[in-house]
Ligand binder design. Sequence first.
Ligand SMILES: CC(C)(COP(=O)(O)OP(=O)(O)OC[C@H]1O[C@@H](n2cnc3c(N)ncnc32)[C@H](O)[C@@H]1OP(=O)(O)O)[C@@H](O)C(=O)NCCC(=O)NCCS
Length: 193
Amino acid sequence: MPTFSDKPTLLGTKTLLRPVRPEQDLPMLRVMLDDPDVLRYTSDSWTPEPPEWTEEMEQRLVDWYTTRNDQPDRLDLIVVDRATDRGVGEIVLNEWSEPNRSCNLRIALGPDGRDRGLGTEAVRLLTDHALRTLGLNRVSLSVYAFNPRARRAYEKAGFKLEGIRRQVLRHGDRWIDDIDMAALAEHWNQHEA
Ligand SMILES: CC(C)(COP(=O)(O)OP(=O)(O)OC[C@H]1O[C@@H](n2cnc3c(N)ncnc32)[C@H](O)[C@@H]1OP(=O)(O)O)[C@@H](O)C(=O)NCCC(=O)NCCS
């Protein structure tokens, strides 16, 4: 059975998920990680002004993405828009628990990749890989309550609501809840059928 050490290419109708190619993907990833929506919806703390890009941050970014294909306990893939053959973001399985056969999923698409169904398909493809090909039992994720687009995409992909953790994020003068969702193997097989 394949493991997290195997870095597959997964083919959908609108998207293709493939391993990171640092030289090709870094310019896109830099733009994506600096995008206001990505900063707002994927950071675990919020500041009104994003931190200024430093050489140290650049080095960390390069180190991070040049080592993604060597990781035995997580799977980082680039989301490619098949219409243009260009990378538009990343999707990741992490927080793997071998005894519980579970992991977490996260995704971020840059502005060029959003609102055309690519995110929903990418989540469905990678969750299918986790539950059917890797034999995991559970894939979970969390989404801030002020991100209805992501929540809708996860629902369309087959994730179910599990609960709400209240007031997890301070955003300006507001508290934002975090919504927990998951896909389970037993339901996934019915959903896909
Ligand atoms: C979240 C994300 C992966 C979704 O991917 P996407 O390709 O943009 O989304 P899709 O086009 O597949 O689906 C979005 C759905 O949400 C709906 N939607 C969009 N904005 C919405 C809003 N404000 N309220 C409710 N639904 C909304 C769309 O209509 C669509 O549903 P439909 O097909 O039933 O009409 C992508 O937008 C993204 O990376 N955003 C920035 C980072 C982020 O939020 N990451 C997730 C953190 S949990």
